[in-house]
Design a protein around this ligand. Structure first.
Ligand code: ADP
Ligand code: ASP
Ligand code: MG
Length: 456
């Protein structure tokens, strides 16, 4: 029988009591499971802050480790009655916390954090939650066993901070370890470099871990348990009247998460495409004993072309190269981007006109990109400008490229709301278009576009 990969994220692990509910969910399946877990809610953020604090203060590592010990000890005491079981999990946690402290003290004395150490520290939260979740699942009667990515050999391309899995190596190694007679509980968010170092998949990376595992074992489905009613028509924190979207295609899901919908890691659908494994998005807070998805993410399109959802991110900056005829002379873009390529800087998007080339970057790359582009002498370019206080808003729905009227629905909504569009791009993706607005217009623009989705 094919297994199902089930992922419990930080949104399911907000309070120690939440773990019990996740165990009830896992016990309700009639199918062999592989469970992937994130860190308890807020722990990854605390680890990231802990790195900065450790560089400044020698005492910071102690404070962080005792906070983490307390959070996990509370969960242990609440859920595990057996003294022997508690002691064995506690010993594992203790060892991992000591390792964390050593790393944090180490970076205090070095005064900097190497990228491989950063990834090891930031992924500690998953190695603290997994043994506890495994123990709680055992208590619920499942044959649960923690299995680390280190043990499975979950190989990546080694790009620290934003690694991608080596899918063929994973497909060879994982099935013989993740067998249906046990319920493996795997810390998500990271894999290994060829040298055996930890490399994380980027924020929200446990969704991606779960997808990589689903592909490797040819799972029946990937079930993501969240704290919301599936994929919604907009971020519920900004758009309170957002609604569940019952069906989202892989392409739509990829675009929405690329443009900031936090509910899914941007690369989650990639590993699933080959076997067309569906993602089922569930709400742990509405669990009533039935395994019923709110949203199904799958390979095929369903329904008539329409706008389905909006997403936004402020993690964007523009470098604009200006000059007469830059849009019509050959070779200018190649020249401008050669330096970026050599510096390993990713360009998120390019929009050109006759007099300007607009290059879009993630915020972390913006100042380096600007320095590279200012140092290049590109023919015809007379000025290099940059813009930071902006947001990119994506409207997503099948048919955007081919259906007359859908893109104008977006522009109409923005015009009605009096929102100025700084730049726009439509047609590059068949299912998504985006507009760039001033940061302060972000929420207003999202709500205006969302309103038109509701009206249809
Ligand atoms: P987990 O920790 O389980 O991976 P996340 O917090 O990463 O969960 O993702 C769930 C959150 O994503 C929701 O609580 C919601 O606030 C946010 N979110 C943003 N955009 C959307 C959307 N379009 N649909 C559903 N949730 C969204
Ligand atoms: N704990 C990690 C994060 O907060 C990974 C995840 O939640 O998926 O980004
Ligand atoms: Mg997440």
């Amino acid at each position: 029988m094919a297994q199902i990969v089930v992922k419990f994220g930080g949104s399911n692990l907000k309070s120690p009591a939440d773990i019990e509910r996740s165990a009830q969910v896992a016990a309700a399946y009639q199918t062999p499971l592989v469970v992937v877990v994130s860190a308890f809610s807020g722990v990854t953020d605390a680890l990231i802050r802990g790195i900065d604090e450790a560089i400044l203060s020698e005492k910071a590592p102690d404070a962080l480790c005792s906070d983490l010990k307390e959070i996990h000890e509370t969960a242990l005491k609440l859920h595990i009655e057996s003294e022997a079981e508690r002691n064995s999990v506690r010993a594992v946690l203790q060892e991992r916390l000591e390792q964390l402290k050593k790393l944090l003290v180490g970076i205090h004395y070095i005064g900097a954090v190497p990228d491989f150490t950063q990834d090891q520290i930031v992924s500690t939260g998953e190695r603290l939650s997994a043994p506890i979740v495994a123990a709680v699942l055992r208590k619920a009667g499942l044959p649960a066993q923690e299995i680390l990515p280190e043990t499975m050999g979950l190989l990546t391309d080694g790009a620290f901070g934003n690694a991608a899995a080596d899918l063929s190596a994973c497909a060879q190694r994982l099935p013989s370890i993740l067998t249906p007679d046990i319920t493996p509980v795997i810390p998500g968010f990271y894999g290994l470099t060829r040298e055996g170092k930890i490399a994380i998949f980027g924020r929200g990376g446990s969704d991606y871990t779960a997808a990589v595992i689903a592909r490797s074992i040819h799972a029946e489905s990937l079930d993501l348990w969240k704290d919301v009613d599936g994929f919604l028509s907009g971020d519920p924190r900004i758009i309170p009247d957002s609604r569940t979207i019952p069906f989202v295609s892989y392409e739509e899901a990829a675009e929405l998460s690329y443009f900031g919908a936090k509910v899914l890691h941007p690369r989650t659908v990639e590993p699933l495409e080959q076997d067309q494994i569906p993602i089922r998005v569930m709400n742990v807070e509405q669990f009533d004993g039935n395994i019923e998805p709110y949203t199904l993410v799958g390979p095929t399109k369903q329904g008539k072309p329409s706008l389905k959802s909006v997403a936004a991110t402020e993690d964007i900056g523009i470098v604009r190269l200006e000059g007469p005829g830059v849009g019509s002379r050959p070779g200018i873009l190649a020249r401008a981007t050669a330096g970026l390529d050599a510096a390993g800087i990713n360009i998120s998007s390019v929009i050109t006109s006759q007099t300007s080339i607009n290059l879009l970057f993630r915020k972390k790359d913006l100042s380096r990109a600007l320095a590279v582009l200012r140092s290049e002498s590109v023919p015809s370019v007379v000025a290099v400008e940059h813009f930071e206080d902006i947001a990119i808003i994506a409207a997503v729905g099948d048919g955007l490229r081919h259906t007359p009227g859908l893109a104008s629905q977006v522009f109409g909504a923005l015009a009605e709301g009096g929102i100025n569009v700084l730049l726009t791009q439509a047609g590059a993706s068949p299912v998504a278009m985006y507009v760039i607005v001033k940061k302060e217009d972000k929420a207003k623009a999202l709500r205006a576009i969302h309103e038109t989705i509701h009206r249809g």
